[in-house]
Design a protein around this ligand. Structure first.
Ligand code: KG4
Ligand code: ZN
Length: 331
């Protein structure tokens, strides 16, 4: 079965083509066009994102088909992110996917973007045993999820304010770094001294997260200590974020007696996070599953992978499938 995935929930226009044969799969193409137009505004401008998706989605599909050596006639299913995300951006991908479904006479299936990130773990680790814990750290979401079995979830905790990646982006902005800031913060942090600054670790109960206090602490720190090297602030900020994520993940491992943890979403591309998670969770007997870097950030191959399983279990989505902006759980 050949599945075409469409991802336009934020500022990446992505088309993925996945081949499924029984339990095995092959990513034939996974094209991601990161929209650069937003960087001069220091964040994603929804209107610009939607307009850029309109321009990119067809040529990116043509490129994906070319890379996969497939044509429209070869497609069996179209999977599309229908939320959560920016409404205008989602509507471009959703309408396009519906047009493809009608034009190619193939079924459509809607995919929750967060669930898509969970499938990025499964794409690289198809043999992972259920149940497993999943930490999703992206620009829009921070979720700790217990994956009970295929497509069955219990949400343990979410961020109460800013998402983890959003905090990286905002701190980067305070320090005059470009957008998206996560990779710039990581780069500077590499040569910084994390012990030279002492930001507070957030104290939030249960499995929830919060990053706005930490972000504000950085703001006050920068005002009070304008001569502190940026690299030291980045190093300490990154350390505190990872300390906090490790605390929550370890607590879930203990409470749920589950020794498998998958980590996905844009921030999981951070090498410091990957190394420390590997080291510290392995030390308590937990196996860590990380997607490859290209599958950590937004991409349509993960949407195709999730769409395939959803289609197999629940059948196609109706052609009047709506888009939704906010994450309120999985249906
Ligand atoms: O999952 P993603 O590609 O898009 C959303 O669903 O939001 O995540 C994007 C986020 C951005 O906030 C970006 O700054 C962050 O992931 N990010 C990173 C790194 N690479 C991307 N944050 C920290 N370190 C990185 N290396
Ligand atoms: Zn994402």
């Amino acid at each position: 079965m050949i599945i075409l995935g469409v991802e336009t929930s934020c500022d990446e226009t992505s088309i993925g083509i996945l081949e499924k044969r029984g339990r095995s799969h092959n990513i034939l193409a996974n094209i991601v066009a990161s929209q650069l137009a937003h960087s001069r505004y220091g964040g994603v401008v929804p209107e610009i994102a939607a307009r850029t998706h309109v321009q990119l989605v067809v040529p990116i599909t043509q490129l994906a088909l070319q890379v996969a050596k497939k044509s429209f006639e070869d497609l069996d299913l179209v999977a599309v992110t229908n939320g959560p995300g920016l409404m205008g951006a989602l509507l471009v991908g959703l309408s396009y996917a519906k047009a493809l479904a009608i034009g190619c006479r193939i079924p459509l299936v809607g995919v929750n973007h967060i669930e898509g990130h969970i499938f990025s773990i499964l794409l690289d680790h198809p043999a992972i045993k259920y149940p497993f814990l999943s930490l999703i750290v992206s620009g829009g979401h921070t979720e700790l999820i217990f994956v009970k079995s295929k497509l069955a979830y219990e949400i343990l905790g979410s961020t109460l304010d800013d998402a983890c990646g959003e905090a990286f982006d905002k701190v980067a902005r305070m320090l005059g770094l470009p957008y998206p800031g996560g990779p710039y913060v990581e780069n500077l942090a590499q040569s910084g001294d994390a012990e030279a600054v002492n930001l507070p670790i957030p104290r939030i109960k249960d499995f929830d997260f919060s990053f706005s206090g930490l972000k504000t602490a950085v703001l006050y720190y920068v005002k009070k200590h304008p001569h502190t090297p940026k690299k030291n602030i980045c190093a300490n900020f990154q350390k505190v974020v990872v300390d906090f994520l490790i605390q929550k993940a370890a607590k879930a491992v203990r409470q749920y007696r589950c020794q498998r943890l998958g980590i996905a979403g844009g921030v999981s591309a951070n090498r410091y996070l990957r190394d420390r998670m590997q080291k510290e969770l392995t030390a308590i007997g937990t196996e860590i599953f990380l997607p490859s870097l290209s599958l950590s950030t937004d991409n349509a191959a993960m949407i195709a992978a999730c769409g395939y399983e959803k289609y197999k279990k629940f059948g196609p989505s109706p052609l009047n499938l709506p888009a939704f902006a906010r994450f309120v759980g999985f249906d």
